[in-house]
Design a protein around this ligand. Structure first.
Ligand code: ADP
Ligand code: MG
Length: 293
């Protein structure tokens, strides 16, 4: 006989590209109470682009971009890739760096031309006891209100500039959220990004439960907290950061275009990276196990 999982994979594969890696996941899917979506790369395409750069008085935007891109050239984060692309588009030549370090969920840093340059979130600034200069506060607020992710470029104790990055919300995300809610499933968002940007994306998708500014090693804790009292949680994510949360969830669902680590931690893979396939997985789980029991 053809194994059940293979049958399910085939049936769903024909629809929205669902791959079942673990049979238990499809069995549990019909009992899910909450679906927790990662934001960047899951609800959004995760293909960020630099929307604007604002340097402080006395600093040149191109020069700051060149320094930031040299650091990010070593980073695997989508924000890093966007900064490098933007620098290349402007014809900037990137210096080789020394002492590169990635600070998960916060930023990255390295020595560029003998200068210690960091690129990262306001959390990184706060952790280092740095204040965002008042001349960047308004630009930051404007960008966040437009749903743009903001990072800063630092040299030692000084903040040189802010860089705003725009991402695209996947056109399929709204329908996925709506259909889940209509079927009586709670929908929540989990992200390392700022509260403003998280709320902006959540607002467009009708998500009211938002966990923002969550560090990579805390994502699994959020899943655990939701699971307290027997609540069954599905987690949908794409990144290395999401792997522990995917493994902790009752059903881990990875976006097919995501990282290998995320895919290996998930029971179900959305081969076509379409979040609506989450709904298909639940529907199929219900149909399959209703017949069997
Ligand atoms: P998400 O949960 O949305 O996938 P991450 O946990 O990967 O986000 O990152 C959270 C935040 O950390 C980003 O929004 C950014 O501010 C900062 N960050 C992480 N890596 C980098 C990097 N390489 N360069 C700049 N900022 C970064
Ligand atoms: Mg992500």
């Amino acid at each position: 006989a053809i194994p059940l999982v293979a049958q399910i994979s085939t049936a769903l594969g024909a629809r929205r590209g669902l791959l079942v890696r673990d049979r238990a996941a499809i069995e549990t899917a019909r009992r899910i109470d909450v679906v927790l979506f990662d934001k960047t790369g899951t609800l959004t395409e995760g293909r960020q682009g630099v929307a604007s750069i604002v340097a402080v008085e006395g600093e040149d935007e191109s020069e700051v971009l060149r320094l930031a891109a040299a650091v990010e050239n070593r980073s695997e984060h989508p924000i890093g890739k966007a900064i490098v692309t933007s620098a290349r588009e402007r014809g900037l030549k990137l210096a080789r760096v020394k002492e590169f370090a990635a600070h998960g969920g916060r930023g990255a840093e390295a020595m560029v031309d003998g200068r210690r340059i960091a690129v990262g979130s306001s959390r990184l600034a706060t952790e280092r006891g740095l204040q965002i200069p008042s001349e960047l506060v308004l630009a930051t607020r404007e960008s966040a209100t437009a749903g743009h992710t903001v990072v800063y470029v630092f040299e030692g104790e000084r903040v040189l500039a802010m860089v705003a990055l725009a991402d695209v919300v996947r056109p399929e995300s709204a329908e996925a959220v709506e259909r889940l809610k209509r079927s009586g499933v709670r929908v929540a968002m989990l992200t390392g990004d700022s509260r403003e940007v998280a709320n902006w994306v959540a607002g467009r998708l009708g998500i009211t439960e938002v966990f923002a500014e969550v560090l990579p090693d805390q994502k699994a804790d959020v899943v655990k907290r939701l699971q307290a009292g027997g609540t069954k949680v599905a987690m949908v994510g794409d990144g290395v950061n999401d792997a522990p949360a995917l493994a902790q969830a009752d059903v881990g669902i990875a976006i097919g275009a995501g990282t290998d680590v995320a895919i290996e931690s998930a029971g179900i893979v959305l081969a076509a990276s379409d979040p609506r396939a989450v709904v298909d997985a639940f529907t199929l789980s219900k149909a399959t196990y209703r017949k069997m029991l």
